[in-house]
Design a protein around this ligand. Structure first.
Ligand SMILES: [Fe+2]
Length: 367
């Protein structure tokens, strides 16, 4: 689509596109969105014009379209000038409410067999030019990535994580090393017990975006890890159980985490959707669910819906099961995948930590 012609109206500037459609951009919006060096920082893209403190003089002197139809320049009567690119005008040609970034459900998987390309990369490739891009695209596509042949040390794991972004701090610390022999573990993650499918951080407002785990020492039997695609369950329930899907989109389930001097609580629906109904985030942890009570008929419906999700997540057919061995670093999208672990006997030492979701998205945009 190209700009065919422009026409100044009282309300704004009418742009006629090459497909014979037109868009009328209000004068105030055009002034506010000027991309000239004075109005918009050329590198950070931070807005430098303020159309609110000093109400602008919106009297237009002239409007020009450059010969290549790439820029529109507006000269105002106060002698200021606004400049807007074709790309900005075209991307905003249709008015619509801004939407939070949704996940792409086209590559979600109901069974491990539906994962077309196994998301694995060697440490050497990961650390080479372009390695992080491949790794990020694996996580974006199927929700996780494995880096194999990694040096079996905390330092190498930390360095790997910091290649993505700074490591997030949480009640568990930043980058951590732990084993299953703690005397008074305050979380099942630090025990040898089986852990049901869940997402981490249902009790914090901004759940961790990515989680990385590396088992650096293993002298144990059992302890297999399982990953389940929560996005695939969401899409299945949307189509097969729409009423249950809607309940899980609308009930803000409280999550809770209590230990000495700490009492965290947050509220989030199991399926968080944007205004288009697309999935932004999946949150599920039955163990950390705090008490709440709905009207009896609604509570029954909630339990039925939650049970459908719970049973789908616990269906072994949906679970990608593997062993976290020394040298194999797992990173997964905690806003999309659920993770679980079988019980084990023996000794394991692990290390890892979290990244924020926005840093994952930032890296995807910038590599
Ligand atoms: Fe967990």
């Amino acid at each position: 689509m190209l700009i065919k012609s422009i026409e100044s109206l009282n309300d704004g500037l009418n742009i006629f596109w090459s497909d014979n459609s037109s868009s009328c951009f209000p004068w105030l919006w055009l002034k506010d969105h000027s991309e000239s060096q004075v109005d918009l920082h050329p590198d950070s893209k931070q807005r430098q014009i303020d159309v609110f403190s000093n109400p602008p003089n919106n009297s237009v002197d002239t409007v020009l379209l450059d010969s290549a139809s790439k820029y529109i320049t507006i000269r105002w009567e106060d002698e200021s000038e606004s400049s807007l690119s074709f790309e900005l005008l075209q991307s905003t040609s249709e008015p619509k409410l801004p939407q939070s970034l949704a996940m792409n459900s086209s590559t979600c998987w109901n069974t491990p067999g539906e994962i077309k390309i196994f998301p694995e990369i060697t440490y050497k490739d990961f650390m080479s030019d372009g390695g992080i891009k491949t790794w990020l695209s694996h996580i974006q596509r199927v929700g996780f990535a494995l880096v194999i042949e990694t040096p079996e040390t905390p330092d190498a794991t930390k360095e790997l994580m910091e290649r993505m972004a700074y490591i997030r701090n949480s009640i568990f610390g930043g980058f951590s090393v732990w084993d299953n022999k703690l005397e008074n573990p305050d979380d099942t993650a630090f025990t040898s017990l089986a852990i049901e499918p869940h997402t981490d951080g249902t009790y914090v407002h901004d759940a961790p975006g990515l989680q990385t785990l590396h088992c650096i020492k293993r002298d144990s039997i059992g302890g297999e890890n399982q990953l389940i695609d929560g996005l695939a369950i969401a899409e299945k329930m949307r189509h097969e159980n729409p009423d249950a899907f809607n309940i899980l989109c609308n009930v803000n389930i409280p999550g809770r985490y209590i230990k000495p001097d700490t009492y965290l609580e947050a509220y989030r629906s199991l399926f968080r959707v944007n205004d288009n109904g697309d999935i932004i985030q999946v949150s599920f942890n039955n163990h950390d669910r705090a008490p709440f009570r709905l009207e009896n008929d609604q509570m029954v419906k909630f339990y039925d819906a939650y049970k459908i999700f719970h049973n789908l997540a616990n269906d072994p057919c949906r679970q990608f099961e593997f062993m976290l061995d020394p040298g194999k670093v797992l990173t997964f999208d905690n806003w999309r995948l659920l993770h679980a672990r079988s019980s084990l006997t023996g000794y394991r030492q692990l290390c890892g930590g979290y990244h924020n979701r926005e840093d994952f998205e930032s890296k995807l945009r910038s590599v």
